[in-house]
Design a binder for this molecule. Structure first.
Ligand code: SF4
Length: 440
């Protein structure tokens, strides 16, 4: 099989997209892209089609003159306009490819703006050249920039910094619940559970309510520990917290499946010596009961996974846990850690293939001959061409409703996914049978 240059239907999206998502998860936070307007339009379109929520992304709106002589006047005017219209508590300034290519020194530009506006909002710059990094790297870079901006050594509190990675609003909400069940009120960075999955409002508000507060960001240095969920995070915000405040860091896989959720709960309870709430044991028991009921349908099924690296690793580990045969773990990420992350999650590291585009992955999926494909909407053409069922998972999901409500983490999220995977396998088997359907 020949491998194509990874430019046909890429798995990697724009780096400032991930940064914009992070800044939307800060209370009163607003993303501003330093570059051309088209970048902001593209990112808005992608995020809105996945989350089905309004998503404003400001732009310093480069024209030809700014592209040649530099965009500082545009950035300063953009900040003035944005503050007049939105009155944000924090502006996250992410660079686009053009700004990076002409070498814009955004931190220096922001310092000069600050001298004229000492009472303005918090300004957090982050370098996000898409030709170097993906949406996932942009996401982690923005979280790391927030940590570097706010964290400093201080007196310890009974709390933990939790860096969840790029997961759904429903997942974020459930992580908070699990932490509460372990006796911890974590500082979750970012937290777009409410800002990107909020109720319908009768009146327009410039910024949605919810998100990690700036007061909490200022408390990061007082956390007993920093936990990064996802072993492929580059940069790793928990390591940045260690560098700035001396906070002990640990890196875990996404809590998907019994083993990895157990590990997450053990890590949380170990920090403060707390005891998990009984409802966690009850949910674990219900998940094991479901495994008993469904294992004969899942066992031996050939499954191909396509996702961002940390989700791909977690899915591969969980599918192995339920007895599926993981025949491909494909990703566009290029952290260099996918294979080890898959192995650490308990999956088959030798099935991992990183740094791919969807065209190349379609060939790999065809060669692997799976019974089922798990991946984002961008896998739909391959699934259709190969007549494979597709369980949608990850980002982006723009051809189905409810991506923001997809719960995947914890015992509860695993149970939801287990039912969906087993039922999809059953539906495929029944569709090919003469009888059609049968009692299980
Ligand atoms: S030019 Fe770069 S920053 Fe802008 S949309 Fe394209 S990849 Fe993203």
């Amino acid at each position: 099989m020949t491998m194509r240059d990874p430019t046909t239907n890429p798995c990697r999206l724009c780096a400032p997209l991930g940064a914009s998502l992070v800044f939307r998860g800060i209370s009163g936070g607003m993303p501003l892209l330093h570059g051309g307007q088209g970048c902001a339009t593209y990112i808005r379109r992608y995020l809105i089609s996945h989350f089905r929520e309004p998503m404003d992304v400001a732009s310093s709106s480069f024209g030809e003159q700014a592209a040649v002589f530099g965009g500082e006047p545009n950035l300063h005017a953009g900040l003035d306009n944005l503050i007049r219209q939105y009155q944000p508590a924090l502006v996250g300034v992410a660079t686009t490819c053009l700004a990076e290519t002409i070498g814009e020194d955004v931190p220096a530009m922001l310092r000069r703006w600050r001298m004229q506006h000492p009472d303005g909002p918090e300004l957090v710059p982050v370098s996000t050249p898409s030709y170097q990094g993906s949406h996932v790297q942009g996401f982690h870079a923005a979280v790391a920039a927030l940590v570097a901006h706010f964290a400093e050594p201080m007196a310890l509190e009974r709390t933990v910094a939790l860096f969840p990675g790029m997961i759904s609003p429903a997942d974020l909400r459930h992580l908070r619940e699990i932490a509460a069940g372990c006796g911890i009120e974590p500082i979750l960075v970012p937290d777009y559970a409410d800002t990107l999955d909020g109720p319908t409002l009768s009146e327009w508000t410039p910024l949605p309510t919810g998100g990690t507060t700036i007061a909490d960001l200022r408390r990061l240095g007082g956390c007993r520990a920093g936990i990064q969920l996802g072993r492929c995070a580059d940069p790793d915000p928990a390591a940045v917290l260690t560098a700035h405040a001396g906070t002990p860091a640990s890196t875990l896989g996404l809590p998907l499946g019994v083993r990895s959720t157990d590990a997450f709960i053990q890590a949380l309870t170990g920090i403060l010596g707390t005891v998990p709430a009984p409802w966690l044991a009850a949910e674990r028991g219900r998940l094991l009961d479901a495994y008993v009921d469904g294992h004969k349908y899942a066992a031996g099924a050939r499954v191909a996974v396509v996702a961002d690296e940390d989700l791909a690793a977690a899915l591969a580990g969980w599918l192995t846990e339920i007895g599926c045969r993981v025949v491909l773990v494909g990703s566009g990420g290029r952290s260099g850690r996918l294979l080890s992350a898959v192995a650490a999650a308990g999956g088959p590291g030798d099935a991992a293939v990183a740094d791919q585009d969807h065209a190349a992955l379609a060939d790999l999926i065809a060669a692997a001959q799976p019974d089922l494909l798990i991946g984002p909407s961008k896998c739909a053409p391959a699934a259709r061409a190969l007549d494979l069922p597709l369980v949608r998972c990850g980002f982006p999901i723009h051809d189905r409703l409810g991506a923001q409500r997809l719960l995947t983490v914890g015992y509860r999220g695993t149970l939801r996914l287990f039912d969906e995977v087993v039922n999809t396998l059953l539906a495929r088997k029944q569709a090919g049978s003469e009888v059609g359907h049968a009692y299980l």
